[in-house]
Design a protein around this ligand. Structure first.
Ligand SMILES: [Zn+2]
Ligand SMILES: [Zn+2]
Length: 329
């Protein structure tokens, strides 16, 4: 099969010809139709996230079709369309797993990082971590729901119930979260790279009440802010923008260092927190909610061999919505 592999950090992905993987007990062999391109893939390719396997096939927003069920993997019949997310395995026994926090499992393994992912014509996944996908979405439209959507949803829940929500970085996750937040009756304040009028226009089109530069002061205090862009200084900007008791949620897996800041901007019960990974429950909830909103994903399609171009465009902020590799043509 054709696959795009990360062979070494800081180097372009390599198009490889590999044997189709074999599913082990409890696993599905999946023919990949589409795979979303997530900022986490970029962090792995750029060597900012280490500890995974190498070489690795990245990609953890996988939409595909079950083509083979190994023993003990009867949950999805052959031909069923399934989604494969970032969470690929948990131990089920540690204190985190036992307390409904499998996203923090001590032995968690992640798709496209510890386990080969979806930048390939085929992949193998543990059926327990796969999702059924809502029929309302075609393959490329569904792909961004599986990480940008899921993690965005988890971040939104961690932001509390406040009405005035700031979003820093208006890319794949933000464009989905904004639609869910609007559905919940919140107002969105979108912060983008300075001068990025295209992203600001995109945010306004999706119903944001205001859009501006990341260093700007919003027209009113915010109840919460979610930071999707991987830039530590945004934490300080967001703290200055939230009201007393407000929460700043850092939703990315990697961020540049957060500069020192005066305690006064954290004082009055402001909170900074991160959001890590997903639970299967997040996935089930979000995939049921998305068609009700209804969330409409905006995607830019690329071929499998164009994965490097998609990653470059993501790195440079030159994408509208989410990049998706369309693998079955
Ligand atoms: Zn565990
Ligand atoms: Zn992701």
């Amino acid at each position: 099969m054709k696959a795009m592999q990360i062979t070494a950090p800081h180097e372009a992905l390599v198009l490889a010809d590999l044997p189709v993987p074999r599913p082990g007990r409890g696993e599905l062999l999946i023919k990949v139709h589409a795979c979303g391109v997530c900022r986490t893939d970029l962090h792995v390719a750029d060597g900012e996230l280490t500890g995974g396997k190498l070489p690795v096939i990245p990609g953890h927003e996988i939409v595909g079709e079950v083509v083979e069920n190994a023993a003990g993997a009867e949950r999805f019949a052959p031909g069923t369309r399934v989604g494969v997310p970032w969470l690929g395995y948990t131990c089920g026994a540690c204190a985190y797993c036992a307390s409904g926090r499998e996203n923090l499992c001590d032995s968690a393994r992640f798709t496209g990082f510890h386990i080969d992912g979806g930048y390939a014509e085929y992949t193998v996944a543990d059926q327990r971590y796969c999702f059924a996908l809502p029929l309302e979405y075609d393959d490329t439209a569904a792909a961004p729901l599986l990480c940008a959507g899921l993690i965005g949803y988890r971040a939104l829940m961690m932001a509390g119930n406040g009405e005035r929500l700031g979003i820093y970085g208006f890319g794949a996750a933000a464009h989905i979260v904004a639609q869910v937040a609007r559905y919940q009756g919140r107002r969105i304040f979108a912060f983008t790279r300075p001068g990025d009028e295209e992203a600001q226009g995109f945010a306004l089109k999706l119903g944001a009440a205001w859009a501006g530069d990341s260093a700007a002061k919003p027209p009113e205090e915010l109840d919460a802010a979610i930071i999707f862009a991987p830039a530590g200084p945004l934490v300080v900007n967001a703290l200055r923008a939230v009201a007393k008791g407000g929460t700043v949620v850092c939703a990315g897996i990697h961020m540049s260092d957060i500069p020192a800041f005066p305690y006064a901007i954290l004082w009055e019960e402001r909170v900074i927190r991160s959001v890590a990974n997903l639970t299967r429950r997040d996935g089930e909830e979000f995939l049921a909610l998305a068609p009700q909103v209804p969330v409409r994903t905006v995607v830019e399609e690329f071929g499998l061999a164009q994965a490097n171009e998609a990653l470059t465009r993501l790195r440079e902020g030159r994408l509208t919505g989410a990049a998706v590799l369309k693998i079955r043509t």
